[in-house]
Structures are given as structure tokens and as C-alpha cells.
Design a binder for this molecule. Structure first.
Ligand code: BEZ
Length: 213
């Protein structure tokens, strides 16, 4: 059965471009991103892994480790990483799982047979420190993902894990957030000393609570 939000992300052991790993040990107590791409030496995937490498400091600041996957083998990963570094002007310093047996791909339902029998689609999972699945997105092979959007979702997930807020459409770090419906307006005024703007009884905004005034 496929994974759903809130499920425990299953652990696995894998061979990667940076040695053998145990997924949970690799994640430690932080956040994780596991993402698949269809194949090595393909153009869109090359740009995706390049962009991920370029944003490594951003992921690091969010206490988040990234882990890529393709069904190609370690020998192909090694040569392809050189190409990514050369063409995208980066240094790929996160592991890429080699999954020719499709064991991790099947565990995470990354092969969608009606899209491709043999290759993974562009699946991406964000996993919280509690090892639960917080986000799943799936893109087709023909569309590269927006890794700034992935960072934006991470910011939202990390904020909403700690405060009784939700983030509105197109929210970006630093913008006002929404008070969750479970909190009454009277309680919201106590909880959020920076102020609560009531547009409707169910639509209330407050400044992002984890920022200094
Ligand atoms: C790519 O990564 O460029 C790609 C992979 C499979 C199909 C189409 C594009």
C-alpha cells in the first residue's frame, strides 16, 4: 500500500554514491528529504540535482538532510555526479541511492507503471524528526521540480510544527500567517502578542510568531 501523510516513513538500508547508509541513521534527529528522479545522465535530472547541491546551505540551515535516488547503479552515479558538478557549477555533496533492484523505489511507491514501467517518477517526501511523512509531491519526468518551493514548504512545516498557525496561499518566510481554527480569537490574542487581525471569525492573521519584533 502506498504511503500517506502522517505515516511512518519506512526505514531501509541502501548503497549510495557516498557509501552504504541506514536511512534513519542518516537522518538522525533532523528533517529529511528523499527524492527520486527517472535516470542518470538525463537533462532535467541533471538540473534538479545541480539545484539541490546549490541549495545545500539552505537545507543545512533548516536542519534537513537530502537523499536522492535513481534506479541506476553506483558506477553510473559516479560519472554522472562529475557531469553535474561540471555543468551546474556545484559540488554534489549529498548521497544518491543506487536502486537497480527497485527495493527503495517500491517501498516508497516511486514507480508509477502507467507513467513508466521501469523508471521512477519524480517523487519527493519530506520526513519530520518523528520519522513521519509530512509532504509528498509527485511530478512527471518531463517537469523539473521547484526546489525553492520545497524550501518554502519546509519553512511552513517547521513553523506550523511549533505554533498554532497555518500558512496561506503563496506564503513566504516573514509574511503574516493564519491562526488555526482550533484556537479561539480570545486565546489567539493571548498566544500571539504581536497582534491578531480578524478579517472573518474564521480568517485571522498574525505576524510570523518565531521572528523577533
Ligand atoms: C530528464 O531528466 O531530462 C528526463 C528523464 C526522463 C524523461 C524525460 C526527461
Amino acid at each position: 500500500m502506498s504511503l500517506r501523510l502522517g505515516d511512518i516513513a519506512p526505514n531501509f538500508k541502501a548503497h549510495t554514491s557516498m557509501g552504504d547508509i541506514d536511512f534513519y541513521e542518516y537522518l538522525g534527529d533532523g528533517w529529511g528529504i528523499l527524492f527520486s528522479h527517472p535516470a542518470d545522465y538525463t537533462p532535467v535530472c541533471t538540473t534538479e540535482l545541480g539545484r539541490t547541491a546549490a541549495l545545500q546551505e539552505q537545507f543545512h540551515q533548516r536542519n534537513t538532510k537530502v537523499l536522492a535516488l535513481s534506479v541506476d547503479g553506483l558506477d553510473r552515479h559516479a560519472g554522472w555526479v562529475n557531469d553535474i558538478n561540471e555543468t551546474q557549477h556545484v559540488r554534489v555533496d549529498f548521497p544518491i541511492i543506487a536502486d537497480p533492484e527497485r527495493s527503495v523505489s517500491n517501498l516508497y511507491d516511486m514507480i508509477h507503471p502507467n507513467a513508466s514501467e521501469n523508471f521512477t517518477v519524480r517523487s519527493l517526501f519530506i520526513i519530520g524528526p518523528d520519522k513521519k511523512v509530512k509532504l509528498m509531491i509527485t511530478y512527471p519526468a518531463s517537469t523539473g521540480r521547484n526546489f525553492h518551493e520545497v524550501l518554502r514548504v519546509l519553512d511552513s512545516l517547521q513553523l506550523t510544527a511549533n505554533y498554532s498557525v497555518a500558512t496561506p496561499a503563496d506564503w513566504k518566510y516573514g509574511e503574516d500567517v493564519i491562526v488555526v481554527p482550533a484556537v479561539s480569537t480570545a486565546d489567539a490574542i493571548k498566544k500571539f502578542p504581536k497582534g491578531v487581525k480578524v478579517i472573518k471569525p474564521y480568517l485571522r492573521y498574525t505576524p510570523q510568531p518565531n521572528l523577533p519584533e
